[in-house]
Unconditional design. Structure first.
Length: 416
């Protein structure tokens, strides 16, 4: 009954204060207390920075209403459908319920519903001239920066940069996995920071661990551990400049900049590097009998699938992987990260059923960072003219698991 009554109040704008239909009175009793409150607004559930409902509240009821009206945040004909109410009512579906924020949201929604309803009954107010651009109430940062700091945007980036690389280090950090049992007994639950979903994992890292150093992102344990610069039971999983390190650091640097408020304009935001969605796999690829001059160097593989209909290789790569060549063993091997063009049927299929590679004909382009370019500049891009050492074609069935890896001989890679 209580929930039904609360819903009725929100939808109808019924007053709990007896302020009546005078917009100014409702504003002073319901809206100004929100503006003066030292507590964060419900916006913080979905926005990590740059936005608070207080950004839209001006000094008077009249100016606040006109500002919202002019920005399309108020529906003067159907007040209950106003965009500002929709925004306030939004919740972060990836986060656990927060009772404090839930209470704040309900209070804001009731207050703004009542005030907007009162304002929309004032025909003279509705017809007042537009405010100038300078008079409008809005966040200090541009809308592009505000949107970039949303948690759902950060989660999308997390999925592409951390989750898509998880098989480089996931087994030892997942509760219940055989590789993690001993470590969990020795070091506690903090070892198992990989959870069932990307959202749960990101939330755990940000709220329950000290894996990220916001002041010095490059010194975050989420980087130093896999580099083995801080003692790591799993040994060295990254080297500076490899795909895993670049992905993890890009995400950490971005998060630190969001929280630190260093993004000022849209041009400050990270550039989108490609139009493909990445998916982690447990599919392994191996190159045997690697030449001596590849030894102990970072080797990057880029895979292309043969298109029978076109009678040619697909334009976009379908997978990538990199790792140091084992010089003494004359071999290179690693799991591959597969990719699908955004908006494609392949992307939709992999999101629904999980990534896989069809049996068939493939091409691998092999690059070797012989000069240590990436070690000198972690976010550099390898020059194909100087680092591609050859291309190999092969047929593969692509089964997951280390014991079922696809392998070719380095002799089958045609030198450049």
């Amino acid at each position: 009954m209580h929930h039904f009554f609360l819903s009725f109040l929100i939808l109808t704008g019924a007053s709990e204060t007896g302020a009546g239909d005078n917009p100014k009175e409702v504003f002073e009793k319901r809206i100004l207390p929100i503006f003066k409150s030292p507590n964060p607004s419900s916006c913080t559930e979905c926005h990590l920075a740059n936005l608070d409902i207080k950004n839209y509240i001006l000094s008077t009821s009249e100016k606040t209403f006109l500002s919202m009206r002019d920005q399309g945040l108020v529906n003067t004909k159907e007040p209950e459908k106003s965009r500002i109410l929709k925004f306030i009512s939004m919740k972060d579906p990836s986060s656990k319920p927060n009772m404090i924020l839930a209470k704040t949201r309900d209070e804001e929604l009731r207050a703004f519903s009542e005030w907007i309803k009162a304002c929309c009954k004032d025909e003279a107010l509705i017809k007042m001239p537009k405010l100038t651009q300078e008079e409008l109430g809005h966040p200090e940062k541009p809308i592009e920066v505000v949107r970039h700091a949303r948690k759902d945007r950060l989660l999308e980036s997390f999925e592409q940069n951390i989750w898509a690389m998880r098989f480089r280090c996931m087994n030892c950090h997942t509760s219940g996995h055989p590789d993690s049992v001993k470590l969990q007994k020795e070091h506690g639950d903090r070892v198992t920071w990989f959870k069932k979903t990307p959202a749960e994992t990101m939330d755990y890292i940000l709220s329950k661990t000290k894996l990220i150093d916001l002041e010095n992102p490059e010194k975050s344990l989420l980087l130093l551990k896999p580099l083995n610069e801080v003692k790591h039971g799993g040994g060295k999983k990254f080297i500076i400049g490899d795909l895993g390190y670049q992905s993890f650091r890009n995400w950490i640097e971005d998060y630190a900049r969001i929280k630190g408020g260093t993004y000022k304009t849209a041009t400050d935001l990270p550039k989108q590097s490609n139009n493909q969605t990445q998916f982690a796999t447990e599919i392994w690829f191996k190159i045997n009998n690697t030449p001596a001059d590849w030894g102990d160097k970072l080797l990057l593989t880029t895979f292309y699938m043969w298109d029978e209909k076109l009678g040619n290789w697909e334009k976009d790569p379908i997978a990538v992987s990199d790792r140091l060549v084992w010089g003494k063993g004359k071999a290179w091997q690693h799991t591959i990260t597969v990719m699908a063009p955004k908006g494609s049927e392949r992307e939709a299929s992999w999101k629904k059923s999980g990534p896989s590679l069809a049996p068939g004909k493939y091409k691998v382009v092999v690059q070797v960072d012989k000069e240590g370019v990436l070690a000198k500049a972690w976010n550099a891009t390898l020059d194909e003219k100087t680092t591609i050492v050859g291309t190999g074609e092969f047929n593969a069935n692509w089964k997951p698991g280390n014991g079922a890896m696809t392998a070719i001989d380095a002799a089958n890679i045609k030198r450049q």
